[in-house]
Design a protein around this ligand. Structure first.
Ligand code: URA
Length: 425
């Protein structure tokens, strides 16, 4: 077989065979297929797409390219959760301990943030001492002991995705459904859970900008999971504004703790309880929303989170500390009305420039900086009221502040948005 023929076949819109896909993934991982040919292939996929069979072959060959985690030593149905990424997305930090508080084991491998999107690992590393690296044995032991672990993805998991994702990132081939679906699902399948909840974000802060694309991505991933015996459900969630109040690593930990103590914004708590209900159902546990909510107010979910932090070396005395920043700049409303838009992408990029996110993979983070919104879309505001606080270690100039203000849209009509847009199963 020759890679040039496979590139040409895809370029001309033909379907590759299972054997050809196996050959190209194996060749890419062993180095016999060079980056430049794989880049050309990814671009051909970008324009020609892939059939269901091709996506499934690609995914399973990617799974086979590295370690596959065996979670069978943990009793019960293990449920995993994955978000396709967003701004202020601290859902895992609340949802994982909430689900674990119902004795459903959660063994989760998370990722880092890049660009305007944040990553759960970065948020956890804002906790002094928290270790995201663990051996597979220690990971399984922790889930057996306390029912919950959130760690970094092992180096040998889905080697093909590590190489391919880095290549796609620099060749403008990230945002294409067959490649996103195979990338996400190969990691979820290799990570070993029995059931998977996919949070497919939609909106300007997400990969999927419109509901039709999000629906197609969700259905593609759900089909891939179910085809290999992993019960998979996807929820399409709104990423037109940041999730919750905070963007930034320590600030998001604090918001997660607030919700785990039964406080925080009602819309976020409700949304996370709805996700928990789906995850619990996937694990065979039927609970109504008030029962789930109860574990946010009675301290059970919080106790799980603290147990995880402690088990992974985190310092509980540092956990609740306010961010250590040079300045907190308040942004106030300049007119009466209702917040009508807070574009997630713009605020994600703003937080990244404050140091809360990375422009390139090698950037260091400032865990303390970020934004807290006192008002979100749909909330009423009066002139002079604080809409947001910027936690910064840099001097912000007039230009930056006026750019920030321009993105806080206020209208006279009340705008309503939903967090969960659709469920795909
Ligand atoms: N997240 C992933 O893991 N892979 C993609 O391709 C896109 C988002």
């Amino acid at each position: 077989m020759r890679m040039v023929d496979l590139i040409q076949k895809k370029r001309d819109g033909q379907e590759l065979t299972a054997e050809e896909i196996k050959w190209l993934i194996e060749g890419y991982v062993d180095g016999s297929v060079p980056d430049y040919q794989m880049a050309a292939f990814a671009m051909a996929v970008y324009f020609q797409g892939m059939t269901t069979e091709e996506i499934s072959e690609l995914t399973m060959n990617m799974v086979a390219s590295g370690d596959q985690i065996d979670l069978s030593a943990i009793p019960g149905i293990k449920v995993d959760k994955h978000s396709t990424g967003g701004v202020g997305d601290k859902v895992t930090l609340i949802l994982a301990p909430l689900v674990a508080s119902f004795d459903v084991p959660v063994a989760k491998m998370s990722g880092r943030g890049l660009g305007h999107t944040g990553g759960t690992l970065d948020k956890l590393e804002a906790i002094k001492g928290y270790q995201i690296e663990q051996t597979q044995e220690a990971f399984i032991e922790q889930v057996q002991d306390i029912g919950l672990a959130v760690i970094g993805q092992s180096d040998n998991l889905v080697k093909a995705d590590k190489l391919l994702y880095a290549l796609r990132d620099v060749t403008a081939t990230v945002d294409i459904i067959p490649l996103i679906a195979s990338s996400v699902m190969s990691k979820k399948i290799a990570a070993g859970a029995d059931a998977i909840l996919l949070d497919v974000t939609v909106g300007d802060g997400a990969f999927m900008k419109n509901i039709e694309d999000a629906r197609e991505l969700a259905q593609t991933m759900v089909n891939l999971g179910n085809a290999v015996g992993r019960k998979t459900v996807a929820v399409l969630t709104n990423m037109s504004q940041p999730v919750g109040r905070a963007i930034g690593n320590r600030l998001e930990i604090l918001e997660a703790l607030e919700i785990l103590q039964g406080q925080g914004r009602e819309d976020v708590a409700h949304f996370i309880c709805e996700l928990a209900q789906i995850m619990l159902k996937l694990a065979g546990v039927e609970k109504n929303l008030p029962e789930i909510r109860e574990n946010l107010t009675n301290g059970k979910a919080l106790a799980k989170f603290e147990a995880m932090v402690e088990a992974q070396g985190g310092d509980l005395t540092d956990l609740y500390r306010e961010p250590d920043v040079a300045e907190i700049v308040e942004i106030v409303a300049e007119e009466d009305g209702y917040i009508s838009a807070l574009p997630a992408l713009e605020f994600g990029l703003f937080a990244m420039k404050l140091g809360a996110g990375r422009a390139v993979k090698t950037d260091d983070l400032d865990y303390e900086t970020g934004i807290v919104f006192e008002k979100k879309v749909g909330d009423a505001v009066k002139v002079g009221e604080v809409v947001a606080k910027i936690y910064t270690n840099q001097n912000l100039g007039q230009k930056e502040l006026s750019d920030f203000k321009k993105n806080v849209k206020i209208e006279q009509e009340e705008v309503k948005i939903r967090e969960i847009l659709e469920i795909v199963s």
